[in-house]
Design a protein around this ligand. Structure first.
Ligand code: PNS
Length: 168
């Protein structure tokens, strides 16, 4: 029996994605196999200063997730649980690289469940090859002229080089 729209499993993978790394992309590939639709959601209302605008991040995400037909890119303001409800999503996906991530993620997951008791968070262990990769470190290395090839998609590597050159 074909599944109806309302019976489809929808997952949300939220984050800053400033910019997307190959670690994120690996999680998107794996997460896209756990749901009928995976919505990658960029947080808009950040206090921390970002290198790329939300629009630029969304554009990069759209480009690099083109091979995954069931992945769509969105952005949200305010509480994640409200966005989860608005998109009628079934669960949240987050990645864990190390124990240090676990403590932060545990807090977020507990808070989200308190705010909205039905919302589950599914954690995926980051691929070993990317377990040390973060957007923050990638930005730092790129801004100091280091090589980030293989840590981010090629498009992102080019955008990082451009942005670093512009801000010098
Ligand atoms: O990539 P990041 O910066 O680790 O992602 C953090 C994110 C976006 C998942 C988290 O900050 C978030 O969900 N913010 C939305 C505001 C919110 O819902 N806060 C309450 C739960 S922590």
């Amino acid at each position: 029996m074909p599944s109806t729209e309302s019976s489809k499993i929808v997952a949300i993978y939220p984050g800053s994605f400033d910019p997307i790394t190959n670690g994120h992309l690996d999680l998107i590939a794996r997460g896209s196999r756990l749901a009928d639709r995976l919505i990658v959601a960029v947080l808009q209302n950040q206090r921390k200063t970002s290198l790329f605008t939300v629009e630029e991040r969304v554009e990069m995400l759209q480009e690099v997730t083109r091979p995954f037909p069931n992945v769509e890119i969105g952005s949200f303001n305010g509480l994640l649980v409200d966005y989860v409800a608005a998109r009628e999503a079934n669960f949240i996906i987050r990645g864990i690289r190390a124990i240090s991530d676990y403590e932060y993620e545990l807090q977020i997951a507990h808070m989200n469940r308190r705010l909205s008791p039905g919302v589950e968070t599914v954690f995926l262990m980051a691929a070993e090859a990317y377990s040390f990769v973060s957007s923050q470190l990638v930005k730092e290395v790129a801004s100091l002229g280091g090589n980030v090839a293989g840590l981010v998609p090629d498009l992102v590597e080019r955008k990082l080089k451009q942005r670093v050159a512009e801000t010098k």
